[in-house]
Design a protein around this ligand. Sequence first.
Ligand SMILES: Cc1cc2nc3c(=O)[nH]c(=O)nc-3n(C[C@H](O)[C@H](O)[C@H](O)COP(=O)(O)OP(=O)(O)OC[C@H]3O[C@@H](n4cnc5c(N)ncnc54)[C@H](O)[C@@H]3O)c2cc1C
Length: 90
Amino acid sequence: MRRSSGAVRAFYAGMQGVSSRIVDSLPELGGQLTALYPEKYIFDVGGLPKILAEDLARDLVEQAMQFERTLVIAGGEGCLRAPRAERAWL
Ligand SMILES: Cc1cc2nc3c(=O)[nH]c(=O)nc-3n(C[C@H](O)[C@H](O)[C@H](O)COP(=O)(O)OP(=O)(O)OC[C@H]3O[C@@H](n4cnc5c(N)ncnc54)[C@H](O)[C@@H]3O)c2cc1C
């Protein structure tokens, strides 16, 4: 799959009972889907005739977050280096 690999990988890790972490410098998860073209329709997702990019991102993140041991570290420029990152066990 080409899009939103963080959320997709976290979902499949959760399905296998493996914990995962998503680290993103942006405050909102979703990558290009939410940052670049949230209002664009996506037509090439199996089972979905069309879906807005922001809705797809929301659903992918929700799907990934259903597992207890998915850790999200998101928010703030350079979050890998700065202590400002917001951390939450979901
Ligand atoms: C206009 C446009 C239309 C598109 N339409 C489609 C389409 O219809 N169908 C399709 O399959 N693909 C489409 N794509 C391609 C698709 O958007 C990308 O392939 C997909 O977003 C890649 O997902 P990703 O999760 O690997 O990377 P990204 O979506 O780029 O996410 C990477 C994330 O990593 C974060 N990040 C980067 N560096 C760091 C760092 N050092 N520390 C912390 N966080 C970091 C970024 O903030 C970002 O949120 C389109 C792309 C564009 C630009």
